[in-house]
Design a protein around this ligand. Structure first.
Ligand SMILES: Nc1ncnc2c1ncn2[C@@H]1O[C@H](COP(=O)(O)OP(=O)(O)O)[C@@H](O)[C@H]1O
Ligand SMILES: [Mg+2]
Length: 320
Protein backbone atom coordinates (compact mmCIF):
# COMPACT_ATOMS: atom_id res chain seq x y z
CA UNK A 1 0.00 0.00 0.00
CA UNK A 2 1.42 3.40 -0.89
CA UNK A 3 1.64 6.02 1.83
CA UNK A 4 0.25 9.44 0.91
CA UNK A 5 0.87 12.62 2.82
CA UNK A 6 -0.77 15.81 1.69
CA UNK A 7 -0.72 19.36 2.97
CA UNK A 8 1.14 18.47 6.15
CA UNK A 9 2.02 21.47 8.28
CA UNK A 10 3.58 21.50 11.73
CA UNK A 11 4.55 24.45 13.88
CA UNK A 12 6.38 24.34 17.22
CA UNK A 13 5.92 27.40 19.44
CA UNK A 14 5.16 29.62 16.46
CA UNK A 15 8.07 28.45 14.28
CA UNK A 16 7.21 26.20 11.35
CA UNK A 17 8.98 22.82 11.27
CA UNK A 18 7.12 21.44 8.22
CA UNK A 19 5.52 23.53 5.51
CA UNK A 20 2.89 22.04 3.21
CA UNK A 21 4.45 18.61 2.74
CA UNK A 22 3.09 16.48 -0.13
CA UNK A 23 4.70 13.08 -0.45
CA UNK A 24 3.85 9.63 -1.81
CA UNK A 25 5.92 6.62 -0.80
CA UNK A 26 5.58 3.47 -2.88
CA UNK A 27 5.14 0.02 -1.43
CA UNK A 28 8.25 -2.12 -1.14
CA UNK A 29 10.62 0.76 -1.67
CA UNK A 30 13.35 2.15 0.49
CA UNK A 31 12.87 5.91 0.74
CA UNK A 32 15.31 8.19 2.52
CA UNK A 33 14.55 11.59 3.98
CA UNK A 34 17.84 13.45 3.60
CA UNK A 35 18.68 16.93 4.84
CA UNK A 36 20.71 18.91 7.36
CA UNK A 37 19.99 18.89 11.08
CA UNK A 38 16.84 20.81 11.94
CA UNK A 39 15.18 20.55 8.50
CA UNK A 40 12.23 18.55 9.87
CA UNK A 41 13.12 14.92 9.08
CA UNK A 42 12.38 13.54 12.53
CA UNK A 43 9.20 15.55 12.83
CA UNK A 44 7.96 14.13 9.53
CA UNK A 45 8.84 10.57 10.57
CA UNK A 46 7.11 11.02 13.94
CA UNK A 47 4.03 12.37 12.17
CA UNK A 48 3.93 9.26 9.96
CA UNK A 49 4.33 7.07 13.05
CA UNK A 50 1.57 8.89 14.92
CA UNK A 51 3.92 10.14 17.64
CA UNK A 52 3.36 13.76 16.58
CA UNK A 53 0.14 15.41 15.42
CA UNK A 54 0.24 17.70 12.37
CA UNK A 55 -1.51 21.09 12.49
CA UNK A 56 -3.01 20.46 9.05
CA UNK A 57 -3.09 17.81 6.34
CA UNK A 58 -4.01 14.22 5.59
CA UNK A 59 -2.20 10.89 5.76
CA UNK A 60 -3.44 7.75 3.99
CA UNK A 61 -2.01 4.29 3.58
CA UNK A 62 -3.80 2.82 0.58
CA UNK A 63 -7.47 3.67 1.17
CA UNK A 64 -7.11 3.81 4.93
CA UNK A 65 -7.04 7.26 6.49
CA UNK A 66 -4.50 7.52 9.31
CA UNK A 67 -4.88 11.22 9.89
CA UNK A 68 -7.14 13.96 8.64
CA UNK A 69 -7.42 17.33 10.32
CA UNK A 70 -10.63 18.13 8.46
CA UNK A 71 -12.29 14.78 9.14
CA UNK A 72 -10.93 14.69 12.69
CA UNK A 73 -9.28 11.31 12.22
CA UNK A 74 -6.11 10.45 14.12
CA UNK A 75 -5.21 6.80 14.45
CA UNK A 76 -3.03 6.22 17.50
CA UNK A 77 0.48 4.78 17.18
CA UNK A 78 -0.43 1.20 18.08
CA UNK A 79 -3.19 1.06 15.45
CA UNK A 80 -0.83 2.13 12.67
CA UNK A 81 1.30 -0.95 13.25
CA UNK A 82 4.58 0.45 11.92
CA UNK A 83 8.01 -0.78 12.95
CA UNK A 84 10.40 1.81 14.35
CA UNK A 85 14.16 1.90 14.82
CA UNK A 86 15.76 4.85 16.57
CA UNK A 87 19.26 6.24 16.91
CA UNK A 88 19.56 5.21 20.56
CA UNK A 89 18.08 1.70 19.94
CA UNK A 90 15.61 2.24 22.84
CA UNK A 91 15.84 -1.33 24.13
CA UNK A 92 14.44 -2.24 27.55
CA UNK A 93 17.50 -2.84 29.75
CA UNK A 94 15.68 -5.16 32.19
CA UNK A 95 14.37 -7.47 29.44
CA UNK A 96 16.35 -10.16 27.63
CA UNK A 97 16.89 -9.99 23.88
CA UNK A 98 14.06 -12.48 23.34
CA UNK A 99 11.72 -10.49 25.60
CA UNK A 100 12.68 -7.24 23.88
CA UNK A 101 11.92 -8.70 20.46
CA UNK A 102 8.72 -10.40 21.64
CA UNK A 103 7.31 -7.29 23.28
CA UNK A 104 5.28 -6.08 20.30
CA UNK A 105 3.84 -9.53 19.60
CA UNK A 106 2.75 -10.01 23.19
CA UNK A 107 1.21 -6.53 23.17
CA UNK A 108 -0.79 -7.64 20.12
CA UNK A 109 -2.08 -10.58 22.18
CA UNK A 110 -0.04 -13.34 20.55
CA UNK A 111 0.12 -15.97 23.32
CA UNK A 112 0.93 -19.02 21.18
CA UNK A 113 3.41 -18.12 18.45
CA UNK A 114 5.37 -15.27 19.95
CA UNK A 115 8.39 -17.39 20.82
CA UNK A 116 8.75 -18.95 17.36
CA UNK A 117 8.16 -15.67 15.59
CA UNK A 118 10.64 -13.85 17.84
CA UNK A 119 13.29 -16.52 17.32
CA UNK A 120 12.76 -16.27 13.59
CA UNK A 121 13.34 -12.49 13.72
CA UNK A 122 16.42 -13.00 15.92
CA UNK A 123 17.78 -15.43 13.32
CA UNK A 124 17.04 -13.01 10.51
CA UNK A 125 19.33 -10.44 12.14
CA UNK A 126 21.84 -13.23 12.89
CA UNK A 127 21.73 -13.05 16.68
CA UNK A 128 20.79 -16.68 17.35
CA UNK A 129 22.35 -17.82 20.63
CA UNK A 130 22.12 -14.34 22.14
CA UNK A 131 18.43 -14.45 23.02
CA UNK A 132 18.94 -14.98 26.76
CA UNK A 133 21.34 -12.06 27.14
CA UNK A 134 20.48 -8.55 28.28
CA UNK A 135 21.11 -5.47 26.11
CA UNK A 136 24.15 -4.32 28.14
CA UNK A 137 25.82 -7.67 27.34
CA UNK A 138 25.77 -6.87 23.60
CA UNK A 139 27.89 -4.53 21.48
CA UNK A 140 26.38 -1.42 19.91
CA UNK A 141 26.03 -3.14 16.55
CA UNK A 142 24.33 -6.15 18.11
CA UNK A 143 21.95 -3.91 20.05
CA UNK A 144 21.00 -2.22 16.81
CA UNK A 145 20.24 -5.64 15.32
CA UNK A 146 17.93 -6.34 18.24
CA UNK A 147 16.15 -3.06 17.57
CA UNK A 148 15.80 -4.14 13.95
CA UNK A 149 14.44 -7.57 14.92
CA UNK A 150 11.94 -5.90 17.24
CA UNK A 151 10.79 -3.61 14.44
CA UNK A 152 10.24 -6.38 11.88
CA UNK A 153 8.88 -9.14 14.12
CA UNK A 154 5.29 -7.93 13.78
CA UNK A 155 5.70 -7.88 9.97
CA UNK A 156 4.71 -4.21 9.72
CA UNK A 157 3.71 -2.74 6.37
CA UNK A 158 6.11 0.12 7.02
CA UNK A 159 9.37 0.38 8.97
CA UNK A 160 10.55 3.82 10.05
CA UNK A 161 14.22 4.50 10.81
CA UNK A 162 15.52 7.65 12.48
CA UNK A 163 19.30 7.93 11.99
CA UNK A 164 19.73 4.35 13.23
CA UNK A 165 23.45 4.17 12.42
CA UNK A 166 24.63 7.43 13.94
CA UNK A 167 25.69 5.86 17.24
CA UNK A 168 27.87 3.28 15.45
CA UNK A 169 31.46 3.73 14.28
CA UNK A 170 32.21 4.05 10.56
CA UNK A 171 33.15 0.41 9.93
CA UNK A 172 30.17 -0.97 11.78
CA UNK A 173 27.92 1.49 9.97
CA UNK A 174 28.97 0.09 6.65
CA UNK A 175 28.43 -3.48 7.87
CA UNK A 176 24.96 -2.60 9.16
CA UNK A 177 24.16 -0.90 5.87
CA UNK A 178 24.84 -4.11 3.95
CA UNK A 179 22.91 -6.08 6.56
CA UNK A 180 19.91 -3.81 6.37
CA UNK A 181 19.80 -4.02 2.58
CA UNK A 182 19.94 -7.81 2.79
CA UNK A 183 16.99 -7.78 5.19
CA UNK A 184 15.02 -5.46 2.95
CA UNK A 185 15.55 -7.83 0.02
CA UNK A 186 14.76 -10.88 2.13
CA UNK A 187 11.60 -9.62 3.84
CA UNK A 188 10.62 -6.92 1.38
CA UNK A 189 9.31 -4.25 3.73
CA UNK A 190 8.63 -0.64 2.86
CA UNK A 191 11.10 1.64 4.60
CA UNK A 192 11.32 5.33 5.42
CA UNK A 193 14.85 6.09 6.54
CA UNK A 194 15.97 9.40 8.02
CA UNK A 195 19.59 10.50 7.73
CA UNK A 196 21.74 13.59 7.29
CA UNK A 197 24.47 11.40 5.78
CA UNK A 198 24.53 11.67 1.99
CA UNK A 199 26.68 8.54 1.52
CA UNK A 200 24.22 6.48 3.51
CA UNK A 201 21.31 7.91 1.53
CA UNK A 202 22.97 7.37 -1.85
CA UNK A 203 24.02 3.80 -1.17
CA UNK A 204 20.81 2.40 0.31
CA UNK A 205 17.86 4.21 -1.19
CA UNK A 206 15.52 3.48 -4.04
CA UNK A 207 14.45 7.07 -3.67
CA UNK A 208 15.78 10.13 -1.87
CA UNK A 209 13.64 12.98 -0.58
CA UNK A 210 15.82 16.06 -0.09
CA UNK A 211 14.59 18.38 2.64
CA UNK A 212 15.54 21.88 3.69
CA UNK A 213 13.92 24.15 6.30
CA UNK A 214 10.67 22.19 6.47
CA UNK A 215 10.31 21.89 2.68
CA UNK A 216 10.81 19.07 0.20
CA UNK A 217 13.18 20.27 -2.53
CA UNK A 218 13.41 17.15 -4.66
CA UNK A 219 12.38 13.50 -4.69
CA UNK A 220 14.01 11.09 -7.09
CA UNK A 221 16.33 8.11 -7.50
CA UNK A 222 19.87 8.71 -6.13
CA UNK A 223 21.39 8.99 -9.62
CA UNK A 224 19.10 11.84 -10.62
CA UNK A 225 19.53 13.62 -7.28
CA UNK A 226 23.30 13.57 -7.85
CA UNK A 227 23.41 14.22 -11.59
CA UNK A 228 20.48 16.56 -11.97
CA UNK A 229 19.88 18.42 -8.73
CA UNK A 230 17.10 20.99 -9.05
CA UNK A 231 18.45 23.33 -6.39
CA UNK A 232 21.92 24.70 -5.65
CA UNK A 233 21.38 23.55 -2.07
CA UNK A 234 20.98 19.93 -3.18
CA UNK A 235 24.00 20.13 -5.47
CA UNK A 236 26.12 21.39 -2.55
CA UNK A 237 24.68 19.03 0.03
CA UNK A 238 25.23 15.91 -2.06
CA UNK A 239 28.68 15.56 -3.57
CA UNK A 240 31.13 18.27 -4.58
CA UNK A 241 30.36 21.12 -6.92
CA UNK A 242 32.37 23.21 -9.36
CA UNK A 243 30.41 26.28 -10.39
CA UNK A 244 30.70 27.88 -13.82
CA UNK A 245 28.21 30.47 -12.68
CA UNK A 246 27.32 30.59 -8.98
CA UNK A 247 24.16 28.60 -8.23
CA UNK A 248 23.38 28.22 -11.96
CA UNK A 249 25.73 25.91 -13.86
CA UNK A 250 27.94 23.26 -12.35
CA UNK A 251 30.20 20.36 -13.15
CA UNK A 252 31.18 17.54 -10.79
CA UNK A 253 34.91 17.07 -9.96
CA UNK A 254 35.05 13.61 -11.61
CA UNK A 255 34.18 15.27 -14.94
CA UNK A 256 37.08 17.71 -14.84
CA UNK A 257 39.98 16.57 -17.07
CA UNK A 258 43.61 17.58 -17.34
CA UNK A 259 43.64 17.05 -21.12
CA UNK A 260 41.00 17.99 -23.70
CA UNK A 261 38.89 15.10 -25.00
CA UNK A 262 37.51 17.01 -27.98
CA UNK A 263 38.14 20.44 -29.45
CA UNK A 264 34.76 21.56 -28.14
CA UNK A 265 35.86 21.22 -24.53
CA UNK A 266 35.83 24.32 -22.38
CA UNK A 267 39.28 25.20 -21.01
CA UNK A 268 40.14 26.94 -17.75
CA UNK A 269 43.48 28.11 -16.41
CA UNK A 270 44.29 28.10 -12.75
CA UNK A 271 46.75 27.55 -9.93
CA UNK A 272 46.85 24.58 -7.57
CA UNK A 273 45.78 25.79 -4.15
CA UNK A 274 45.62 22.56 -2.15
CA UNK A 275 46.23 18.85 -2.61
CA UNK A 276 44.89 16.07 -0.44
CA UNK A 277 45.55 12.38 -0.79
CA UNK A 278 42.32 10.38 -0.59
CA UNK A 279 43.57 6.85 -1.18
CA UNK A 280 43.61 5.86 -4.82
CA UNK A 281 44.01 9.45 -6.07
CA UNK A 282 44.59 13.09 -5.13
CA UNK A 283 41.89 15.67 -4.64
CA UNK A 284 43.17 18.92 -6.07
CA UNK A 285 41.77 22.36 -5.32
CA UNK A 286 42.38 24.81 -8.15
CA UNK A 287 41.94 28.57 -8.02
CA UNK A 288 40.73 29.53 -11.50
CA UNK A 289 41.63 32.79 -13.21
CA UNK A 290 37.96 33.71 -13.32
CA UNK A 291 37.80 33.60 -9.51
CA UNK A 292 36.01 30.27 -9.02
CA UNK A 293 37.59 27.54 -6.90
CA UNK A 294 37.23 24.05 -8.40
CA UNK A 295 37.93 20.54 -7.30
CA UNK A 296 39.40 17.82 -9.55
CA UNK A 297 41.05 14.42 -9.17
CA UNK A 298 44.62 13.67 -10.28
CA UNK A 299 46.43 10.30 -10.26
CA UNK A 300 49.71 11.75 -8.97
CA UNK A 301 50.62 14.48 -6.48
CA UNK A 302 50.74 18.02 -7.90
CA UNK A 303 52.59 20.83 -6.14
CA UNK A 304 50.86 23.81 -4.62
CA UNK A 305 51.41 26.81 -6.91
CA UNK A 306 51.52 24.68 -10.10
CA UNK A 307 49.95 26.34 -13.12
CA UNK A 308 47.33 23.98 -14.58
CA UNK A 309 44.72 23.81 -17.30
CA UNK A 310 41.36 22.15 -16.72
CA UNK A 311 38.96 20.88 -19.38
CA UNK A 312 35.31 19.96 -19.30
CA UNK A 313 33.06 18.71 -22.02
CA UNK A 314 29.89 20.74 -22.50
CA UNK A 315 27.58 17.78 -21.99
CA UNK A 316 28.84 17.31 -18.43
CA UNK A 317 27.60 20.73 -17.43
CA UNK A 318 24.42 20.66 -15.39
CA UNK A 319 22.18 23.69 -15.60
CA UNK A 320 19.97 24.34 -12.56
N1 LIG B 1 9.09 18.85 20.36
C1 LIG B 1 9.57 19.98 19.82
N2 LIG B 1 9.36 21.17 20.39
C2 LIG B 1 9.82 22.32 19.85
N3 LIG B 1 10.50 22.37 18.69
C3 LIG B 1 10.75 21.21 18.05
C4 LIG B 1 10.30 19.95 18.57
N4 LIG B 1 10.68 18.96 17.72
C5 LIG B 1 11.34 19.58 16.72
N5 LIG B 1 11.38 20.92 16.91
C6 LIG B 1 11.99 21.91 15.98
O1 LIG B 1 11.52 21.62 14.69
C7 LIG B 1 12.57 21.74 13.73
C8 LIG B 1 12.77 20.42 13.00
O2 LIG B 1 13.30 19.48 13.91
P1 LIG B 1 13.58 17.96 13.55
O3 LIG B 1 12.38 17.42 12.89
O4 LIG B 1 14.05 17.29 14.78
O5 LIG B 1 14.76 18.10 12.48
P2 LIG B 1 15.81 17.01 11.95
O6 LIG B 1 15.35 15.66 12.40
O7 LIG B 1 15.83 17.19 10.48
O8 LIG B 1 17.12 17.38 12.58
C9 LIG B 1 13.78 22.21 14.49
O9 LIG B 1 13.85 23.60 14.40
C10 LIG B 1 13.49 21.78 15.90
O10 LIG B 1 14.12 22.61 16.84
MG1 LIG C 1 16.32 14.23 13.57
Amino acid sequence: MPLHLSGINKTFDGSPALKDIHLTLSKGRFTTLLGPSGCGKTTLLRIIAGLETPDEGDIHIGDVCLFSKKRRINRPVHQRNFGMVFQDFALWPHLTILENVAFGLKAQGDTTNWRNRSMEAIELVQLQGMEKRYPHQLSGGQQQRVALARAIVVRPQLVLFDEPMSALDALLREEMRVELMRLVRQIGFTAVYVTHDQTEAMSMSDEIVVMKSGHILQKDVPEVIYRKPTHAFTARFIGKTNWLEADKRLVRPEHVRWMPSTENDLAYSGVVQAVSYIGERYEVTVQLEDGHVWMAYHPTRLAIGDQVKLYISQDQIHQL
